[in-house]
Design a binder for this molecule. Structure first.
Ligand code: TYD
Length: 127
């Protein structure tokens, strides 16, 4: 983060923190209280998620263990690899969640059923 008396600036570019070419950016805002989102994994897609305003709780599950992180600062990002089941909970009213993605939108890349996700992860571990 770059800052001086005027405020702060965050720059995001390809490198160790974003180890992929960014092909798409989308953002989620105006999420209703008590609404959770996500509940899917991606076969190939990798993403970097940042709450540039407000906060939300990101749950990430690799099929073996679940971890969660509060995205609660514009200088805090989380890298979400492919084959990670993700859920977003507890959105604040002012939450703006920006996602930088390695691929264009492709519904065929989604795994939207948790049992299917476990089957894919298990099959991957065996091969
Ligand atoms: P989805 O990825 O399921 O949202 P979330 O995981 O946050 O709940 O996307 C919601 C809808 O928006 C779904 O119909 C697909 C569509 N969508 C696009 O058309 N383009 C995009 O880049 C994204 C992320 C979603």
């Amino acid at each position: 983060m770059i800052g001086d008396a005027r405020g702060s600036l965050v720059s995001i570019e390809k490198g160790p923190q974003v180890p992929f070419e960014i092909k798409r950016v989308y953002y989620i805002f105006g999420t209703q209280l008590e609404v959770s989102r996500g509940f899917h994994a991606h076969k190939q897609l990798r993403q970097l998620a940042v709450c540039v305003s407000g906060k939300c709780r990101m749950v990430m599950d690799d099929g073996t263990s679940r971890k969660e992180v509060w995205l609660n600062s514009p200088d805090k990002g989380v890298l979400i690899n492919n084959l990670i089941w993700r859920e977003m909970h507890d959105f604040s009213e002012d939450c703006v969640l920006i996602v930088f993605a390695s691929q264009e939108y492709d519904e065929a890349d989604y795994i939207r059923n948790y049992d299917d996700f476990i089957n894919v992860v298990t099959a991957n571990a065996k091969s």
